[in-house]
Design a binder for this molecule. Structure first.
Ligand code: HEM
Length: 462
């Protein structure tokens, strides 16, 4: 379908909300206070213009916003740039040495077992779960017509329904709500960067909030183990879920995953996949309300495939290819508000990145939020222009990293995109969303980039 090009005014009001970056690099104590408040404010504003910034606080650090250097870190020499310990220490108590956390051989083995789970065919087969969650979300939101509703809360619920249905699809006494509560408490509490992390105190010194969060997860972990054991006994479900696909993984020469390894990886899919997709959708809806002309064009596209208003049907995996503009809105939401807005690595070998010398032990960060807004790489970077993704070949792969890249690229990227397009198109075909004056969400990143205050939008029938 042809989308009518959108004519825009050029004024400040055309720029969606952004986080103010640091006017200068921060010292240790300022860094600590800032990281607890908003990691984005640690990024010096100069990284919106320069390819690399280097400095020294606890140790030497580099912030890289140069595509060639990004390619080197993520794709050419990933073994020289393992994930830095802060991220891993935050996640390890919840998900052990699973795919997201592991390095070296242990990572390679798990990635090989997990890769077949996310083939195009398997992801497409999970489409009906996404369609059903989109329809339930639309039915819930319909009850808010005529008033404002928090789209962040709605999207968190919808994506949790999807991920829990495709990981632990059996009801078999498994308490999903308890797991959800534990995960939310974990992300809210334990994930706050601890002062002990900033000062690089060894991880065997317990972080109190993280210990509390670990205890919260103990119950849900035990019941997940019970469910996995039962599945091993009873065999796969008629429509295989992620647990069945992981159990079927391997080429015969590998050892299978133990119950604990399976559980940690399923929890990883939930932790890495559910909130990130919800945030993408919440920001996309904020942007659609911010720019009604974009919303109208996306609605025309969705209506052409699904119908319009209360009679519209929910989108399916087969519809995704017919919804290219909806996909561009998701791509642009991921550019402006990447849920993984800051990736951190620790250099293991001497190197040179964008002309700066790197030594073993240096912290090498990819401030994805700033990369996606870098003036050397993007035209009018602060503006919301989904059309910039109409020609994907024109986008430099290493200037746009919402899912990372190289061997550690997000394993669930196509799962997330399919889910986000299905849910966004379903909602735009049924509703019209309007911004609520004075309720602009603030981009705040602790572990993921969240819209602080939620995304409150007024809902009407389309
Ligand atoms: C819009 C949604 C999502 C975003 C923005 C996102 C972002 C990312 C990023 C940036 C990484 C790389 C981190 C790094 O290299 O430091 C990553 C890795 C990963 N993601 Fe996602 N993700 C999303 C959805 C998902 C989903 C739906 C799943 C699973 C169902 C998932 C599972 C994983 C796993 C397991 C890894 C680690 C892969 C490895 O290290 O081999 N993610 N994700």
């Amino acid at each position: 379908m042809q989308i009518t090009p959108i004519t825009r005014r050029k004024s400040q009001a055309d720029v969606p909300v952004f986080a103010p970056l640091a006017s200068r690099p921060l010292g240790i104590w300022d860094s600590f206070a800032t990281a607890r408040r908003n990691v984005l404010e640690l990024i010096p504003a100069a990284s919106l213009h320069l390819p690399i910034l280097s400095g020294k606080s606890v140790g030497r650090w580099h912030m890289v916003t140069d595509p060639t250097a990004n390619r080197r870190i993520l794709k050419e020499a990933p073994d020289d740039y393992p994930k830095s310990s802060v991220t891993k220490d935050i996640l390890r108590p919840a998900i052990g040495e699973s795919l997201f956390v592991a390095e070296g051989e242990h990572w390679r083995w798990q990635r090989k077992l997990a890769a077949p789970v996310f083939t195009h065919r398997n992801v497409a087969a999970l489409g009906p779960v996404m369609t059903a969650a989109a329809e339930r979300a639309a039915d819930r939101i319909a009850a808010s017509r005529g008033r404002a509703a928090d789209m962040l809360a709605e999207m968190v619920q919808a994506t949790y329904e999807v991920i829990s249905d495709v990981t632990f699809s059996g009801k078999d006494g498994f308490d999903r709500d308890a797991l959800n509560r534990a995960i939310e408490a974990y992300l809210d509490d334990a994930a706050k960067v601890s002062i002990l992390d900033i000062l690089a105190v060894p991880t065997w010194v317990p972080r109190l909030s993280r210990e509390r969060a670990k205890r919260l997860l103990a119950g849900p972990k035990t019941s997940a183990d019970g469910l996995i054991e039962a599945r091993k006994r009873d065999g796969a479900r008629p429509v295989p879920d992620l647990l069945d696909l992981l159990l079927a993984g391997g080429d015969g020469s590998d050892r299978q995953m133990t119950t604990q390894e399976l559980r940690d990886n399923l929890l990883t899919f939930i932790l890495a996949g559910h909130e990130t997709t919800a945030l993408t959708l919440a920001w996309a809806l904020y942007l659609c309300a911010f720019d009604p002309a974009v919303q109208e064009a996306a609605r025309d596209e969705a209506a052409g495939v699904l119908g319009q208003g209360p009679a519209a049907r929910p989108a399916t995996a087969e519809d995704v290819a017919k919804l290219p503009y909806t996909r561009q809105i998701i791509d642009e939401a991921l550019r402006l508000y990447p849920p993984g807005g800051f990736m951190s690595r620790t250099a293991k070998a001497p190197d040179v990145l964008a002309g700066h010398e790197v030594q073993p032990g240096d912290t090498v960060s990819l401030p994805v939020y700033a990369l996606h807004r870098n003036h050397r790489l993007w035209e009018d970077p602060a503006r919301f222009r989904p059309e910039r993704f109409a020609d994907r070949a024109a986008i430099d792969r290493y200037a746009y990293l919402p899912f990372g890249d190289g061997p550690r690229i997000c394993i669930g990227a196509s799962f997330a995109i399919q889910e986000a397009v299905i849910i966004l198109a379903t909602l735009l075909a049924r509703f019209r969303f309007t911004a609520v004056p004075g309720r602009v969400p603030k981009p705040v990143m602790i572990v993921t980039l969240r819209p602080e205050g939620g995304v409150w939008l007024e809902v009407q029938d389309a």
